[in-house]
Design a protein around this ligand. Structure first.
Ligand code: ATP
Ligand code: MN
Length: 479
């Protein structure tokens, strides 16, 4: 007989039928005559209750069963008399597939701190919180591909190892096979990359955008969804050294189309989560409420599911960087110097505290800021006629700050060329990118969505290290 997964089993109603169920023990409790085992196999956040009559046959096997053990149970499906669940399994036979010695197994049937679980990242999938997040991550990957596929976008694999460091999105990780204890140098004392694996310096990519642009200028609508690496030493709750980014890029469109696409995509995937991740979201909602019990009422976040609905039910606020600076300059926390970085004037880069003020305090909804100063944005963004600003757009979310960064791209060869000169970007590194502006150039735009920032928002978790299975952050590469 085949195993029934717990997700399907909990929906069965043919009481009395024989079933086989396998999974990992969450808890075992009971009395002299009867034992109750809560079993989970990851197919759902819900456990199935296994009821075992204690007799000569089962006593020994029950003695080997502790939290974390893997077991196989065959028995009868019965209607549950307890509350919460409609079915349970009355065990006929139980096999222990893998024991978990309670003196060694680190997860106890009680609440563990997230910090503790980060040190047990190899086992934290076994908790409700981390299995819920893993399931939601999967559903969101699927929803993102579905969103773009349904709209005729092609998924492009952009390279992970790159020979250009023109992106300027932060520090890069170098990829090399040169011996670190004996690096070959040229006559000027510089590292001789001619002897390196690729015959030139190589890095891990910080973005697939430049390559996606090449594809968009032939296929019209493309997107990448790949790993991204940044060696920035920022130990925040929103930055990882290795994260996943979704980067759509489309031809024949401008910054308005870009904002519309980004807003539609965010709303679509949030709606998808509300429809398809109900059990996991309600668990995470209770978890968040529990975490915030001791906070003052005004410091608590909105209830998770209410927050998700709130975001999809209204248009995002759209305004320019210049308008935002005016709001920030006149804001209370700025006047009272309660911002860590006080906004002095136009040209300042916005920090997460400013972004969150605009979203959480001023507009009380997601915000799209456009037309940033050219000086704080990348070289490829389309220059506005004012000579100061570029057609950038960032989407700011409650609790997160920037979740998306995008722009219309500069399609004019001369303007782009002038800009890379000003910014000292070596032409020989991006001649191929420049050529797209020589041959059949068209208006085009795109953006980057940090996948983990989206998952942070959806799950209500507070730290990005907890929404990716194996976080890579400065001084941390244990698993
Ligand atoms: P930030 O200002 O928050 O550091 P950024 O401006 O460097 O972000 P972009 O280069 O615009 O980010 O990247 C696009 C998106 O990728 C961001 O909007 C964000 O969602 C995500 N992102 C950027 N850096 C990281 C990181 N280190 N870890 C996780 N996600 C990131
Ligand atoms: Mn950005």
């Amino acid at each position: 007989m085949k195993r029934t997964e717990i997700k399907s089993l909990l929906e069965l109603r043919d009481f009395g039928s024989e079933v086989i169920v396998k999974g990992w023990v969450r808890t075992k409790r009971g009395s002299k005559n009867v034992a109750f085992i809560a079993l989970n196999d990851g197919s759902t956040i819900n456990n199935v209750q296994i009821v075992v009559d204690v007799d000569d046959n089962t006593a020994d096997v029950l003695d080997c069963i502790h939290t974390g053990a893997a077991i196989s149970v065959s028995g009868k499906l019965v209607e549950s008399s307890g509350s919460g669940q409609s079915v349970e399994v009355h065990a006929d036979t139980i096999d222990v597939l893998g024991i978990a010695n309670p003196d060694e197994y680190p997860l106890q049937p009680k609440k563990h701190s997230l910090e503790f679980l980060r040190e047990k990242a190899h086992l934290r999938y076994r908790t409700n919180t981390f299995s819920a997040i893993a399931r939601i991550r999967h559903k969101m990957i699927f929803a993102i591909h579905k969103f773009f596929n349904d709209r005729g976008f092609y998924n492009i694999h952009s390279p992970i190892i790159t020979g250009s460091d023109a992106e300027g999105a932060g520090e890069m990780f170098q990829v090399t096979t040169l011996p670190l204890d004996n690096v070959p140098k040229n006559e000027d004392g510089e590292v001789d990359f001619g002897n390196d694996f690729f015959g030139k310096a190589a890095n891990l990519t910080v973005s697939g955008q430049l390559e996606a642009e090449l594809a968009a200028l032939a296929l019209s609508k493309v997107y990448t969804f790949g790993p991204t690496f940044r060696a920035e030493n920022s130990n925040t709750t929103r930055h990882l050294a290795e994260f996943w980014m979704i980067e759509p890029e489309f031809a024949f469109g401008d910054i308005i189309d870009d904002m519309d696409l980004a807003e539609d995509m965010l709303k679509y995937v949030i709606e998808y989560a509300l429809e398809n991740c109900k059990d996991d979201l309600s668990f995470l909602s209770k978890r968040q409420a529990d975490e915030e019990k001791n906070k003052k009422a005004e410091e608590r976040s909105m209830e998770l599911i209410e927050k998700l609905k709130f975001v999809i039910n209204q248009p995002f606020e759209r305004l320019t960087y210049t308008e935002a600076i005016d709001i920030l300059r006149n804001s209370k926390p700025n006047k009272k110097k309660r911002f860590q970085y006080v906004i002095e004037g136009w040209g300042a880069d916005l920090q997460s505290e400013h972004e969150r003020y605009l979203v959480e305090k001023h507009f009380k909804k997601p915000v799209i800021l456009t037309d940033y100063p050219a000086s704080i944005k990348a070289f490829y963004m389309k220059q506005n006629d004012d000579g100061k600003t570029v057609r950038a757009m960032d989407i700011l979310f409650p609790q997160i700050g920037e979740i998306i960064g995008g722009s219309q791209r500069e399609e004019d060869y001369d303007k782009l060329h002038k800009r890379i000169k000003e910014m000292d970007i070596p032409e020989e590194e991006i001649w191929w990118y420049m050529e797209t502006r020589k041959f059949g150039t068209v208006p085009h735009a795109g953006f980057g969505l940090g996948f983990e920032r989206l998952i942070l928002f959806l799950t209500g978790m507070g730290n990005i290290r907890d929404v990716i299975p194996f976080p890579r952050t400065p001084m941390n590469l244990e698993f």
